[in-house]
Design a protein around this ligand. Structure first.
Ligand code: KIV
Length: 257
């Protein structure tokens, strides 16, 4: 097994796993110093392109952003989301996963879903493609964005699917917007690490979208903590630049040839 993947698995019950979603080289370069996993998430569809859902993200868009991220990620495990309609059956999934890996040189791919994609994940793993799972709120197929695990039938289904994904061979799984005690139960039950987003600190690690964490993406959801308000800083910098251009304080002689 890939050394980086082994080291992620070995963190379970020892140290929390730090992950972020990122979409470009310069950001990847910075966060690589602090992250264990950098995900090129298809959340870029809504965050960067204003799509109504991640269902509109194409394979090519994921590949181009991942090539950029690859330039910045040296140490972390780099995972790329397989976008909607690129893994509808095992043959399609294998072809597209191979393309993602060969073109982006990422370490693993992430797929959303449980029972429905069990055989697909098994095929990828059998073909030496490391797979990260994703359960709970599944943006590629979600009808609403409510948290999961309120009703017993839903709790049982998600727990069962977590066990199923482990059997299929995923090395880790994202738990998105899952009720805390369910996240705790899943994390305790399976041997591979769970990475939570809106799933409490009962998970083995956490993931956030970088643009959300720095306040660049103007969303307000319960599970995001904004560690800075970068929009304010950018506004200030651009305002100062505009003022300098108008008053001819920029460029000075030292900026000129
Ligand atoms: O697309 C994404 O960025 C994700 C994470 C939020 C888990 O799937």
């Amino acid at each position: 097994m890939n050394k980086k993947i082994l080291s992620i698995i070995r963190k379970k019950n020892k140290t929390k796993i730090v992950s972020l979603s990122a979409y470009s080289k310069n950001v990847a370069e910075i966060i690589d110093n602090y992250c264990d996993i950098v995900l090129v998430g298809d959340s870029l569809g809504s965050v960067l392109y204003n799509y109504k859902s991640t269902r509109e993200v194409s394979l090519n868009t994921m590949i181009e952003h991942s090539k950029s991220v690859r330039l910045g990620v040296k140490k972390s495990l780099m995972v790329v989301d397989m976008p909607h309609n690129t893994y509808r059956n095992s043959k399609e999934a294998l072809k597209n996963a191979k393309q993602i890996i060969s073109k982006t040189k990422c370490d693993a791919v992430k797929l959303e879903g449980g029972k429905k994609i069990y055989e697909i994940i098994k095929t990828l793993v059998k073909n030496n493609i490391p797979v990260m799972g994703h359960l709970g709120l599944l943006p590629q197929s979600a009808k609403n964005f409510k948290f999961k695990g309120k009703q017993n039938y839903e709790r049982e289904k998600i727990l069962k699917e977590a066990k199923l994904l482990e059997t299929a061979g995923v090395f880790s799984m994202v738990l998105e917007c899952i009720e805390s005690s369910l996240a705790k139960n899943i994390t305790k039950t399976i041997k591979i690490p769970t990475i939570g987003i809106g799933a409490s600190n009962n998970c083995d690690g956490q993931i956030l979208v970088f643009d959300d964490l720095i306040g660049l993406n103007p969303i307000n959801v319960r599970f995001v903590k904004k560690y800075t308000n970068i929009r304010k800083d950018i506004s200030k910098a651009v305002l100062n630049y505009a003022r300098d251009v108008k008053s001819m304080k920029f460029p000075l002689k030292k900026h000129s040839y």
